[in-house]
Design a protein. Sequence first.
Length: 172
Amino acid sequence: MKKILTTSSLLFWTILLWSNSAYAQADFGTPSSDEPIPEKLQGLRRAIDVAHFPKENDPIKIDDTYYWKHATSILCKESEITIVEFGAYIFYNDQWNLRKVYDLKDLNRSFGTKKQVLLQAQPYTWNQNWRTGDTLFGGWALWYFIGLTADGEKVCGYETIDTTSNLLTPKN
């Protein structure tokens, strides 16, 4: 009995092979200090402070999963700001590539805001903003936040974090 490749199965296998080769060829380099920020942030005033702790993040392995455990904090010093978008980019192939735009409800749940509002001089921290995975590799991420001030000005905040491949070993 002969098997015939249908157009849809041929398309499936083509996409699968292409996506695997595209991922395998990604160059997870290090962004230079003069690397341009993502286009959606260009031209926006930086009015939201963003900080990661630790800034260089080494993984640990628990069972079959790697964890890059870190916290992310946000703060606005000058006025109340309502966040309208937040997410993360990852750096590969010599540029920042959008990884994910988060649902705004995630901001309230993860950072403890109410209705996505950052009160003036009030820090908000996501204590368990952890990268997890089953493969050990380092890379750079850029977390960003876009918001509106009380007078309607669109502003932003962003900060990078280096997730290394320097596996921490338990000390007995």
